[in-house]
Design a protein around this ligand. Structure first.
Ligand SMILES: Cc1cc2nc3c(=O)[nH]c(=O)nc-3n(C[C@H](O)[C@H](O)[C@H](O)COP(=O)(O)OP(=O)(O)OC[C@H]3O[C@@H](n4cnc5c(N)ncnc54)[C@H](O)[C@@H]3O)c2cc1C
Length: 459
């Protein structure tokens, strides 16, 4: 037995998971059957006993990566029952028109699920997994990477709990991450310039097969259908800076700004004034960390290492994928040091990519779409994607319906950008409106990795 193991307290868990959020629960269900007793330490009270409400979106979108994990854990069927399928996003434009963009070219939906009910299913699954112990009201103060151990506080006081490994799944404000930072990891933790308020939206006036959004350029209102028939809405605006921003408009002014930008929702939400005046304004945190693991004892997963803007709907899906990747790395070798290093290597670039894409997506959504597509680059891009469906998969579709690494999705997208730029450079803007046959002839017989205009048979 290793000296480190002798020092462990009698009956101490093999693995401590810090945080019983969506990702912590999933990680524990994966880990316990393979590696022995797992204790989850959660600072809050059990949300299943009526202690919910973390002040975040009521709904979250599940895509293929999330479903893959739920299937692995035998939970897909239970979750599917509480989901609403969404086939696209419907933009309600300032000129009164609306425009639906399907999420996929073959009609596949993504799925809107109530965060709280999903969380309950995951906690129930963790509790039902042999070897998992859930402990609520346990705030972890610090992690000792060497022993390893966690310093945890509950209503009886502080206690040091030794174990063999620690997984930090404690979200954007992670206490576990501080242990890595103390060993030189560079962590960037910041608020985005945007903030949001949750607004309940009655049903009955919006198509439930899509999410809906109202872009004004300065602000965005989005509404997602819930199984209850109502919609969960979010008003996104700058936190500070020139009006309209949460710092500059409040009270009646906020109602006026909302009514001016979003007349349809204003007419449909009877208690809008009260909701705007009383609902808290939440910040959006972004976390980037250059190290996720420590030797064979410690790893970060989920928002603790990659909290991101919510506009692609991938924070949780990416966190679930972290857990699945970690397990795949651990299944492939008994050497935890090698497995954790492989996990970190495989995830950091992906997390950076989806985080970048998620932030960019706000500006795509917040600006009325015709402004974007009126641009030659945007139109040509779309035409290429439509003309060569086997070669180019729309970015959103790659993220939502495939398990292709996010980093490779981003690289594919940048390649398409470069192709569009070189085509415009060589043939000019007339190519945007050229016939399909001319556009085909001008486009080189590229594989996704090779874009050389010299190959094209067009002049
Ligand atoms: C507005 C909004 C919309 C979103 N929409 C989507 C979406 O559509 N699809 C999607 O995939 N993602 C979405 N996300 C992102 C998603 O919510 C997060 O990525 C996900 O919740 C991260 O899960 P987590 O378990 O890593 O962290 P968290 O959910 O933050 O859970 C961390 C847990 O750790 C606990 N904890 C914290 N500190 C300690 C401590 N010191 N000791 C013990 N316990 C501790 C917390 O109480 C919490 O329970 C959205 C986020 C926002 C803000």
């Amino acid at each position: 037995m290793h000296a480190k193991d002798e020092a462990r307290t009698e009956g101490s868990p093999e693995i401590v998971v810090v945080g019983a959020g969506l990702v912590g629960a999933v990680a524990a269900v994966y880990l316990a059957p393979r590696f022995g007793p797992v204790t989850i330490l959660e600072k809050r009270a059990d949300p299943r006993r009526g202690a919910g409400g973390q002040g975040r979106s009521l709904t979250v979108m599940l895509s293929a990566r999330g479903w893959r994990v739920l299937s692995d854990l035998g939970l897909a069927e239970a979750v599917r029952e509480i989901c609403v399928p969404l086939h696209g996003r419907c933009a309600h434009l300032p000129d009164g028109s609306s425009h639906v963009t399907p999420y996929s070219r073959d009609g596949q939906p993504i799925w809107s699920v109530e965060r709280e009910r999903l969380h309950h299913i995951l906690l129930d699954a963790a509790e039902a997994t042999v070897g998992v112990r859930l402990r609520f009201g346990q705030r972890v103060h610090s992690v000792d990477l060497d022993e390893p151990a966690v310093l945890v506080e509950d209503r009886h006081g502080r206690q040091r709990l030794t174990c063999r490994r620690v997984l930090g799944c404690d979200g954007a404000h992670s206490a576990a991450r501080a242990a890595l930072a103390a060993r030189g990891a560079q962590a960037e933790v910041r608020n985005l310039e945007l903030a949001y308020q949750e607004i309940d939206v009655p049903g009955g006036w919006l198509d439930r097969r899509t999410m809906h959004y109202w872009p004004t350029g300065d602000a965005l209102f989005a509404a997602f259908p819930m199984p209850s028939g109502e919609f969960s809405g979010s008003l996104f605006m700058r936190r500070e800076g020139p009006a309209p921003s949460y710092a500059t408009v409040e009270g009646q002014d906020l109602l006026k700004v909302f009514a001016a930008g979003f007349p349809e929702p204003t007419a449909a939400i009877p208690d809008l004034a009260e909701q705007l005046a009383t609902r808290s304004v939440s910040s959006l945190m972004v976390v980037r960390c250059d190290r996720w693991v420590w030797r064979d004892t410690f790893a970060l997963l989920g928002d603790s290492c990659h909290a991101m803007a919510p506009f692609m709907g991938h924070g949780m899906n990416c966190g679930f994928e972290d857990a699945r990747t970690l397990i795949a790395c651990l299944d492939s070798t008994e050497d935890w040091t090698a497995a954790l290093a492989a996990y970190e290597k495989s995830r950091t670039e992906d997390a950076d990519a989806i985080s970048y894409l998620s932030y960019q997506h706000y500006y795509i959504m917040a600006n009325p779409p015709q402004e974007e597509t009126a641009h030659a680059k945007g139109v040509l891009r779309k035409r290429l994607v439509d003309l060569f469906p086997d070669r180019f998969v729309p970015l959103y579709e790659q993220c939502a319906f495939t398990e292709e690494s996010y980093a490779s999705v981003l690289r594919n997208d940048q390649r398409l950008d470069r192709l569009v730029e070189s085509l415009l450079g060589r043939y000019g803007a007339e190519l945007v409106t050229a016939s399909d046959s001319r556009l085909r002839a001008c486009t080189p017989p590229l594989t996704p990795n090779t874009v050389t205009l010299e190959d094209s048979g067009c002049s």
